[in-house]
Ligand binder design. Structure first.
Ligand code: HT9
Ligand code: FE2
Length: 394
């Protein structure tokens, strides 16, 4: 039996990035269009890409991810093509869908490369796909697109983080830095506070973006301690954010990783492990914001700094992602499959609710989506998640 039945294709949806210097400006225009991002920030981030020859690492990362997914799907007897569609650069989601539809695909499953559920990592992809289908007109008649369950809570994502962080701690130990003196900064992408308050499912308390990270951290840190063979409770960990964008007057999640490094220095911390748990692979945020900028900040402060690897194509992650594909397929067949989850919060919901992962808390835009019901524009206002700044320290 084909465990991916009834799906005809798996569409990996991702952010996209430039493949050369001439792509940088048009990519940045796509990424910032309608987002109120000042030109200054656009130029600054363009400069980050320029330092890497105008080539984003994300495209090669996604190619490796697709290869690994194809191999694991084939090993399980799942017969379906895997294609990439990006929000902001070629191959665009619209291009990938046009190709799939032309080849006769009717039931498509999408898998976002974002581990956590917020507007940027969840609903916006559902809107992108709906817009792309609309753009195909009659050709897309009878085509449906479903979505896999969010994967930050999967056993494989957790396992990958544990392995990468334990490896980083061992590197610091070789430099004479003990686990108990090394602060663990769990770094994720900052988002606007209004996006945080609208993230996850507002009908489900504790499902917001910050809470998702905290739920992972709660299970992750003891597992790292076990992996290192140190006493439980000695690793101090906290959330920090990178890649703040938007106009200066907008509120975004804090503390920024660089600001936090300076504070830690004042607190007498001399050794830090940065673990980019918010990024599935070595995106520009990782190779620039952490490996370049935060590493320089740490050096200037005289802090020993190690960056843990990203999950990338860790076999445990690949296994969990394919589990999620097969789980969604089983549900589409009307079965009631197991729903593996590594966290105490329990597995993420199957289908997004009408108000889930809004761009701005309290605002239903009425923009069409796939893979779940759309709330009408300015429907009734469901509750907001709190913005629990800096609660993440332990
Ligand atoms: C939560 C989140 C993830 C993590 C989840 C996931 O992994 O998907 C993520 C990933 C990514 N973000 C990326 C790049 C950019 N993000 C930007 C801007 C923004 N990101 C936001 C959020 C997120 N972004 C937000 C709220 C904005 C403001 C504008 C808007 O609301 O959209 C901008 C504009 C310039 C700037 O202001 O920085 C760029 C260029 C790349 C590609 C990197 C590469 O090339 O390797 C990746 C993977
Ligand atoms: Fe981003």
């Amino acid at each position: 039996m084909n465990p991916a039945h009834p799906y005809d294709a798996l569409l990996l949806v991702s952010y996209g990035g430039p493949n050369g210097p001439e792509d940088v400006l048009p990519f940045m225009r796509n990424a910032t269009r309608g987002k109120g991002i000042p030109d200054e920030r656009l130029l600054e981030v363009s400069g980050h890409y320029a330092r890497f020859g105008g080539v984003s690492p994300i495209n090669a990362c996604n190619e490796r991810l697709i290869e690994a997914l194809r191999a694991e799907l084939a090993a399980r007897g799942a017969e379906l093509p895997v294609v990439l569609g990006n929000r902001n650069w070629h191959p665009f989601i619209s291009e990938a869908l046009a190709e799939l539809v032309a080849s006769g695909a009717k039931r498509i499953l999408m898998l976002p490369t974002s581990a956590y559920a917020s507007y940027s990592g969840c609903r916006q992809y559902r809107e992108d796909v709906a817009a792309a289908l609309a753009g195909l007109g009659e050709d897309a008649d009878g085509v449906t697109v479903d979505k896999t369950r969010t994967f930050y809570d999967s056993p494989g994502f957790l396992q990958a983080q544990v392995d990468r962080i334990a490896t980083a701690y061992r590197r610091l130990e070789e430099q004479g830095r003990k686990a108990e003196e090394t602060r663990l900064l769990l770094v994720t992408h900052s988002i606007p506070v209004a996006m945080q308050e609208g993230s996850g499912d507002p009908e489900r308390p504790g499902s917001d973006y910050i809470a998702q990270h905290l739920a992972l951290a709660e299970v992750l840190v003891p597992r790292v301690e076990d992996a290192l063979g140190v006493e439980r409770g000695i690793i101090r960990a906290e959330l920090a954010y990178c890649s703040r964008s938007g106009p200066p007057q907008a509120r975004w999640l804090e503390p920024d990783v660089n600001d936090r490094l300076a504070e830690l220095k004042d607190e007498g911390v001399a050794s830090v492990c940065c673990a980019p748990i918010g990024f599935v692979s070595d995106h520009m945020e990782v190779v620039y914001d952490l490996d370049t900028e935060a590493a320089e900040t740490a050096e200037g402060l005289g802090i020993d700094y190690v960056r843990a690897g990203t999950a990338g194509t860790h076999p445990a992650l690949i296994a969990s992602l394919v589990d999620l594909v097969c789980e969604r397929a089983a549900r589409a067949r009307g079965e009631d499959p197991e729903r593996p989850c590594a966290l105490e919060s329990g597995p993420w919901h199957e289908e997004c609710g009408p108000h889930s992962c809004r761009m701005i808390a309290g605002l239903d835009t009425g923009i069409p989506v796939v893979a779940g019901p759309a709330a009408p524009k300015n429907g009734e206002p469901p509750p907001r998640h709190p913005h629990r700044a800096r609660e993440a320290q332990r």
